[in-house]
Design a protein around this ligand. Structure first.
Ligand code: KG4
Ligand code: ZN
Length: 340
């Protein structure tokens, strides 16, 4: 197989990522600009603010990725870029930039599904056996995949509404905690000893699908019932650390139970799998990793998760997927569009 060097570009939401991956030497660089500080002020991502920041950062980040890899555009065989799913304005920046580069330098272009990037992000540091089960959990997605080979994966369960990360972010906002909510909820849950104080509802144990908007509503009504939150004034009435830590802890344990239960169900349905992976921004969470590792151990299966910089959005996973797609001869053409 011909060895390829791919440049990967990721701009689907609020991170500008670029990386260089070589099929002979692995990951050569990974450059990133995160807009977290920009969105902290309003407690969430405003799409137009996100796309304007992408436009500002795309050139310096791509240049940094090439420079850190010790490569120039001439050394690159193909340019891989996230073209779906994501915020349209943000995606357009990456796709237009990648197309322009590819056109000017006469390079091949490869559209990459952001979810496929997350699914294969565990390969940046590990050789994961096929077939395996992959739980992808981020601010935009929560999904279970049966992964049979490179580029060969099947969606076996997904969220019908909010994503797990979204639940962390929205509930953190209710509690006046900073954006993004996940890391803050984890810190506070640890302070409360990972205890389940409020027994929020788990959901349909027969299904591999997820639903987190009901959980968010259940937390809200529980806070109203306890006179901690005024739903009309949209105001937290009890600003004590104790209640915040207890909600965080109960929420994390609840989501841990849901993840563990879904993984058990998936293992029953797909007993042939040889490993479990946990990827996406939410996979930074040490408590949730431990819960899934327990499931893997109980089934004598190896468990893999990427380092935090490859859990959250990054160019490395896009460069990696682009690399095996190049080897498989799966290139895009000049009609490459976003969200298609
Ligand atoms: O993968 P990602 O960077 O972006 C999307 O594709 O959405 O994931 C961001 C999400 C946010 O919702 C954030 O709250 C969550 O990942 N997150 C965490 C942790 N670190 C980030 N959730 C739980 N625990 C964490 N330690
Ligand atoms: Zn993502």
């Amino acid at each position: 197989m011909k060895p390829y060097i791919t440049l990967g570009i990721e701009t689907s939401c609020d991170e500008t990522g670029a990386a260089v991956y070589s099929s002979a030497d692995g990951l050569l660089s990974n450059a990133l600009f995160s807009q977290i500080e920009l969105h902290k002020k309003v407690g969430g991502v405003i799409p137009e603010v996100a796309s304007r920041s992408q436009l500002e950062k795309i050139e310096p980040i791509v240049s940094a990725a090439l420079e850190r890899a010790g490569k120039t555009l001439e050394d690159i065989d193909a340019i891989a870029v996230t073209n779906k799913p994501g915020l349209p304005g943000s995606l357009l920046v990456g796709v237009c930039f990648a197309k322009a580069l590819a056109w000017a330098q006469n390079k091949k272009i490869i559209g990459v599904n952001h979810m496929e990037g997350h699914v294969f992000s565990s390969f940046l540091e590990n050789d994961v056996p096929f077939p395996h089960l992959c739980l992808t959990a981020s601010g935009g997605h929560t999904a279970l995949f049966l992964v049979r080979g490179f580029g060969d994966y099947e969606l076996i369960g997904h969220t019908d509404d909010d994503a797990a990360g979204e639940a962390f972010d929205k509930i953190a906002k209710l509690l006046n905690l900073p954006y993004p909510g996940g890391p803050e909820i984890e810190k506070r849950a640890q302070q409360a000893g990972f205890e389940d104080f409020f027994a929020y509802p788990r959901h349909n144990p027969q299904s591999l699908d997820f639903s987190f908007s009901g959980l968010k509503t259940a937390v809200l009504y529980d806070l109203v019932k306890r006179k901690v939150y005024d739903i009309h004034a949209k105001k937290l009435l009890d600003d004590s650390q104790e209640i915040k830590n207890q909600v965080a802890s109960s929420l994390l344990v609840c989501i841990g139970d849901i993840f563990a239960q879904k993984m058990e169900l998936a293992l029953k349905k797909y007993p042939q799998v040889k490993a479990i992976t946990f990827v996406g921004g939410v996979a930074c969470n040490k408590y949730l990793r431990a819960r899934l590792k327990d499931v893997a151990n109980a089934h004598n299966l190896p468990f893999f998760f990427p380092s935090p910089q490859y859990c959250t959005d990054n160019g490395a996973m896009i460069a990696f997927v682009g690399n095996y797609k190049a080897q498989q001869g799966k290139f895009s053409d000049w009609n490459l569009d976003i969200l298609k």
